[in-house]
Write a protein that binds this ligand. Structure first.
Ligand code: TXA
Ligand code: MG
Length: 337
């Protein structure tokens, strides 16, 4: 598995992808694990490499609006408006699929998710291939999404032809996924583009509850555990910070504290405590940018337990809490018992 950057990486990447192999590449959200999105065989390799359940569909990445048309049955007006406003960018739209999209990509559904990423390397790679790239986040199934090339290296070896290193991903959390086949459209996964930003362009949209019924798996990804660190992790409310401080002063387990700067200032400093700052509490985008990296660091350090701060579900806070709730095993109060 090679690790390259710049033009050489793009050249090697295109060769490998045209050959039906897997290549990890940077996007502005997180690193993707790319394959020829029109090749059944190449996409099968993604599921095998990730250990991903076959009913969890993949996103097709395009490098121009012209690439969208042949992949989908229709482009609703609201989707055109969102494309105009947010593409290229951290928004993935779900459309009714055309028959050229292999069913392995759509996980057996009659829809397909499409994203036009805002990253020069990703765009050059897709342009050079001349086919859309199917790409889930480049992590083993259930692990935190990679925001650096080294994260991809930690999870994979010979399954991939190579990794294109484009530095740290700018956004650090995955794209917002919105189902445009519903009216009003439904946000299936909150991400880099907020509900309010979307509603400014097309009016009211719905937010998927996160409850999944087996009969209509609209958001197949939701039923699987995500981002799980190797140790138990607990969510902490602001009102419990003093109580947590007391607990921390007593124990000697290796503990990771993933909190805003303000909260970390309140928590004690001790040898067995590793502090991971999410930045100033009001700067949620910074917390998103850092979270996945900290989860991987906590694993590397072999910590015994993690505590993570609760944020308000407003704006990007919705996306942050969506990730945090998927990775924690419980609340601080429960964790104490
Ligand atoms: O930012 C991102 O979206 C990154 C980068 C690499 O582009 N990709 C990513 O892919 O996060 P992945 O596979 O980790 O997550 C894709 C999500 C999953 O929750 C999946 O269930 C959902 O999108 N999805 C894909 N196709 C769908 C479809 N046809 N209908 C509903 N949900 C779909
Ligand atoms: Mg993923």
């Amino acid at each position: 598995m090679w690790l390259l950057s710049d033009e050489e990486a793009i050249k090697e990447g295109i060769l490998a992808l045209k050959n039906g192999d897997l290549v990890a590449f940077p996007t502005e959200t997180v690193y993707g694990l790319g394959a020829n999105g029109l090749s059944d065989e190449a996409c099968q390799k993604i599921y095998r490499a990730k250990g991903r359940p076959s009913d969890n569909p993949l996103i097709l990445h395009i490098s121009s609006l012209a690439m969208l048309e042949p992949l989908v049955k229709e482009i609703p007006l609201k989707a055109r408006a969102l494309a105009e406003a947010f593409w290229p960018g951290a928004l993935t739209m779900v459309f009714l699929k055309e028959s050229c999209v292999p069913s392995v990509v759509s996980g057996g559904l009659d829809t397909v998710a499409i994203r036009y990423p805002k990253n020069d390397i990703a765009l050059k790679l897709i342009e050079g291939c001349q086919f859309p790239l199917a790409a889930p986040s480049a992590n083993k199934s259930g692990k935190p999404s990679p925001t650096k090339a080294s994260h991809v290296q930690d999870d994979f070896s010979s399954e991939l032809a190579g990794i294109i290193d484009g530095g740290q991903a700018e956004v650090g959390v995955e794209s917002t996924v919105i189902d445009m086949t519903a009216n009003p459209p439904i946000i299936l996964r909150p991400g880099g583009i907020t509900k309010a930003m979307i509603e400014q362009v097309i009016g009211e949209v719905a937010m998927h509850s996160g409850q999944v019924s087996d009969t209509t798996p609209k958001a197949p990804g939701m039923k699987y555990r995500h981002y799980a660190p190797d140790m138990p992790a607990f969510l902490v409310d602001k009102k419990d910070l003093i109580e947590l401080s007391k607990t921390l002063l007593q124990g000697d387990e290796q503990i990771g504290l993933i909190f805003s700067e303000e909260a970390l200032n309140v928590l004690p400093n001790k040898e067995n405590l590793t502090k991971f700052s999410l930045g100033k509490k009001e700067r949620v985008e910074e917390a998103l940018y850092r979270l996945f990296d900290y989860l991987r660091e906590a694993n590397k350090k072999g910590l015994d337990r993690l505590y993570i701060e609760r944020y308000e579900r407003i704006g990007l806070g919705e996306s942050l809490m969506n990730r945090i709730e998927k990775l924690v095993s419980g609340q601080f109060d429960e964790g104490k018992k």
